[in-house]
Design a protein around this ligand. Sequence first.
Ligand code: NAD
Length: 329
Amino acid sequence: MQVALFSAKPYDREFFDAAAAGGPHSLRYVEATLTADSAPLAEGADAVCAFVNDRVDAAAVHALADLGVKAIALRCAGFNNVALDAAAERGLPVVRVPAYSPHAVAEHTLGLILCLNRRIHRAYNRVREHNFALSGLLGFDLYGKTCGVVGTGAIGACVVRILRGFGCRVLAVDPKENPDALAAGAEYVDLPRLLAESDVISLHCPLNEATRKLIDAEALAAMKPGVMLVNVSRGAVVDHAAVIEGLKSGQIGSLALDVYEEEEVFFRDVSDEALADDQLARLLTFPNVLVTGHQAFFTREALTAIAETTLANLSDLEAGRECPNRVSA
Ligand code: NAD
């Protein structure tokens, strides 16, 4: 297949070129984000390959279908950025990479928890200025703490396993219990109990209508004062206006985000521009907030798996085989 790969970065080229070498697919890298406006750049392609902040809304789907594009291959797990109804209506199958390296995301989650708890992000800057004072860097032992994991699929189950290794008690919420998480020692409870008892709450559920703004003012008020909240799932699972209030009042003790509702600036260097998003700008002023730009997945192993699975998905579609990674509305 001729594939137009949107939002292409140098690392996409490296890993996709390696995976495509000698294979049947030919890749054209497009730096632009995929939107209805940029869709014409896919002209001549049989399929487009999109990432998390490509906006494959209904208008983009129709524009792609009008050009003769026959498939949408997501090189990510989440598919909330694709108008699945429109894709179904135009007969465009949508495939994704449901799991590439849950370890990559889970390990980044623990990196955030440890960094934030021990204020390593602040210590790094201080020490470089020859400030070796400890005030403001006080953390807590993770050992013996109660951690709440919301969503115990592939990633959440890995997080449970690692937290158990640190000696934490782990409470879990998921409409579907995962035997791996149970075997690792997770205790399934309902959300109110997880919110009330957890010292650290980590979000690993997908974004859907049930989880949109799951962590709102009411949920925050139900948490332990001083809770650490970590979101590496999707930005809109959290109500950021409520979170800012929670940080101001001290109800939230610390916050780590790898994802954000409007990831317009993510994956780009906008250091020479004024940050237009007032909420993100406010979040970045708090010393107890740590933000990474959707990098939890970003390991060599994950990028290799993403490229290989994406190309295998396209091969399935081209051959008319059932693709296990197809998503539907
Ligand atoms: P998964 O499908 O294996 O697991 C998701 C789990 O969430 C499932 O067990 C599901 O039952 C559960 N769930 C669904 N609705 C829920 C609800 N209302 N409350 C609690 N749990 C609920 O997916 P995964 O591979 O573990 O990934 C989880 C999410 O992490 C993805 O949907 C994606 O949004 C996000 N993600 C982020 C990154 C990153 O780089 N930051 C990378 C990969 C995935």
